[in-house]
Design a protein around this ligand. Structure first.
Ligand code: XBP
Ligand code: MG
Length: 254
């Protein structure tokens, strides 16, 4: 039986509903600042989430609406400027308390930390965004709860490439079988599975309709004692509150 040594969390959609409540809003604020007549409504943003990474998403959208300009000599600089503005808006929104952790996240983080497991982050989002969210939701010591934070451009290719998970595993000096990944999206699942990690999916507002082949568990959240999560573990229906004993049971059964 494998003994769990570490939990590795995606950020956007997994720790919090940051895409719906933060990133999309910040992108639109950046467009307005720059006098760019783009606006990403919820369905448009949902479609664009297939492209991970904010800079990559901006470029893909620009190529849709104005392919010639998007391939012009100034394109990279404009993308960088829009993204810099977007990050500033996002960080401010989060620091002002605009985004809460999803139910059960804080409970599981604290239980794992108190049990001596290591915690890590593997995300495509910009490091400043991670820091803002951890500080705003977990306090001044929020960052220090994590043994390793893999974020943004730390690796050359973003999810679904497994690179960010491999990067984190190397720094934790652990094998994937000693860890569990937590993700909310099909792209994230592909990245985690590509690094060999058993993966728990907690679907969110943008990802509930995606397919998750190979997930260890497919749930609608981590649950709290008063509001249990539900979903499937393998083919079996499951309802409950995800805690360390549950996770150990699931990976012991792999
Ligand atoms: C999240 C992302 C991120 C954010 C934006 O994917 O794709 O790019 O949308 O962050 P995942 P930046 O949850 O799979 O990590 O603008 O800072 O890139
Ligand atoms: Mg995600």
């Amino acid at each position: 039986m494998n003994t769990l040594q570490a939990l590795i969390f995606d950020v956007d959609g997994t720790l919090a509903e940051t895409e719906r409540d933060g990133h999309r809003i910040a992108f639109n604020q950046a467009f307005a600042d720059a006098g760019q007549d783009w606006h990403w409504d919820m369905p448009t943003y949902g479609r664009l989430l297939a492209i991970t990474g904010g800079k990559e998403r901006l470029l893909a959208y620009w190529k849709e609406v104005d392919p010639q300009a998007a391939r012009g000599p100034d394109a990279a600089a404009l993308i960088a400027e829009l993204h810099r503005r977007k990050t500033a808006h996002y960080v401010r929104l989060v620091a002002d308390g605009g985004i809460a952790l999803r139910p059960g996240v804080r409970r599981l983080l604290l239980e794992a930390r108190d049990a001596g497991l290591r915690l890590a982050i593997a995300t495509t989002t910009t490091p400043d965004n991670v820091e803002a969210l951890l500080r705003a939701t977990l306090g001044a010591n929020g960052m220090a709860m994590f043994a390793c934070i893999g974020a943004g451009d730390a690796v050359p290719r973003k999810k679904p490439d497994p690179g960010i998970y491999t990067w984190v595993l190397e720094r934790l000096r652990l094998d994937p079988q000693q860890c569990l990944a937590f993700e909310d999206s099909a792209n994230g699942l592909r990245a985690a599975l590509g690094a060999g990690l058993p993966t728990v999916i907690t679907t969110g507002s943008y990802t509930a309709g995606e397919a998750f082949p190979g997930a260890l568990a497919l749930l609608d959240g981590l649950g709290e004692p008063q509001a249990p999560a539900s979903g499937h573990v393998g083919r079996l229906a499951w309802t409950g509150c995800v805690d360390l004993a549950t996770l150990q049971d699931w990976i012991g059964a792999v």
